[in-house]
Write a protein that binds this ligand. Structure first.
Ligand code: ZN
Length: 113
């Protein structure tokens, strides 16, 4: 959406610049400023567009689910699975068979190796 707005604004500036070209030195100056603004705007918009895409896809993340047994306190960390939520009861405690409860869910960013 930002990319489209940026391109439309840049095209508007280019058209505006071309029309001012006939009005002598001031017009030429205005046209140059408009072209420069259009180029900067296009550049920043496209850069932003790619940076957002990069940030969401390139940093590896891993999400964990932490289970805790309400009776003995045994804690178990597993990979997050779709449908996990805090307070949900999961599998039985390996020590006493009490259904364990999801205590927390967290995500870490993994540094590049
Ligand atoms: Zn237990």
């Amino acid at each position: 959406m930002n990319l489209i707005i940026g391109i439309v604004l840049a095209l508007f500036l280019i058209v505006f610049g071309s029309e001012s070209l006939a009005d002598g030195i001031m017009g030429l100056l205005l046209a140059l400023i408009s072209y420069a603004a259009a180029i900067v705007l296009l550049y920043v918009t496209i850069l932003n567009y790619y940076r957002v895409g990069y940030a969401t896809s390139a940093i590896p993340e891993r999400t964990f689910t932490v289970y805790r047994c309400p009776s003995c306190g045994y804690q178990l960390t597993k990979d997050f699975m779709v449908g996990d939520y805090v307070g949900k009861t999961g599998e039985s405690c390996p020590k006493d068979g009490t259904p364990m409860v999801i205590e927390k869910i967290y995500t870490i960013s993994q540094p590049e190796r």
